[in-house]
Design a protein around this ligand. Structure first.
Ligand code: 13P
Length: 262
């Protein structure tokens, strides 16, 4: 069952936390997790909290900063938007792209998300590309079809050399913020299918290195069994990332699994 990939536990704060509240949360998380480096840890605050978060993280490598979105163009007349270069100046390392809430509320298409993935990679930002089915998709037996369309659509023209930088997050829409989690077996089935799709696109050497995170009501009570699955390489966490203790416990679970994997 050994996972050869370094686990990544990433907190998606969504539209929560002012700048000062974000600093407090980061200080709390640092307190919980200490200075380990075996598990990758990232927090993704809203844009307004990135600069203060970057300052709060200036003396540590334990946590990487991520953003929740960006625009593909380098600059220009795109009111309300933020470019990859703007994020880089705030020491941002990851950027969540194609989250289901962006797809649903802001009508983001696979083609638009693909432009963002390309722009992120060109600017040395690691995309966390989100894919996942709705409950209607699942009930219609279309889960893998939907995930494949989103995955392949998001990865058009991605250079093989840059593909390892990408992180995929499988987030079944029906499990987000609902308390309903995919069972470990359900999640593993889709993660394995995603790994196979990545193998078709990039070849197995690269596909074996790409981390596939699970997202959707992941919390301390269910993290261990999810992370024990072969193709689940971490989590993208909403609700449970807003509190230092619960987020710290998720990092602990990934650390325990890393040790168990040997
Ligand atoms: P929850 O952990 O609150 O279900 O959110 C998951 C998510 O959407 C992370 O991006």
């Amino acid at each position: 069952m050994a996972t050869k990939r370094k686990y990544l536990i990433a907190g998606n704060w969504k539209m929560n936390k002012t700048a000062p509240d974000g600093v407090e949360l980061i200080e709390g998380i640092l307190n919980e997790i200490g200075s380990q480096s075996e598990v990758g840890v990232a927090v993704c605050p809203p844009f307004t909290a990135l600069e203060s978060a970057a300052k709060a993280l200036a003396d540590t490598n334990t946590i990487t900063l991520g953003a929740q979105n960006m625009h593909p163009e380098p600059d220009g007349a795109y009111t309300g938007e933020v470019s990859a270069a703007m994020l880089r100046t705030l020491y941002v390392g990851f950027v969540i792209l194609g989250h289901s809430e962006r797809r649903q509320y802001f009508a983001e298409s696979d083609a638009f998300i693909n432009q963002k993935v390309i722009a992120a990679l060109e600017n040395n930002l690691k995309p966390i590309l989100c894919v996942g089915e709705t409950i209607e998709d699942r009930e219609a037996g279309k889960t893998l079809e939907v995930v494949e369309t989103q995955l392949k659509g998001g990865l058009v023209n991605v250079d093989k050399k840059q593909a390892e930088q990408i992180v995929i997050a499988y987030e079944p829409v029906w499990a987000i913020g609902t308390g309903k989690t995919a069972t470990p077996e359900m999640a593993q089935e889709v993660h394995a299918a995603i790994r196979k799709m990545l193998t078709d696109i990039f070849g197995s050497d690269i596909a074996d290195k790409i981390r596939i995170l699970y997202g959707g009501s992941m919390k301390p009570g269910n993290a261990a069994e999810l992370l024990a699955e072969k193709d689940i390489d971490g989590g993208l966490i909403g609700g449970a990332s807003l509190e230092a203790k619960s987020f710290g416990k998720l990092v602990e679970a990934a650390l325990a699994q890393t040790k168990a994997d040997g």
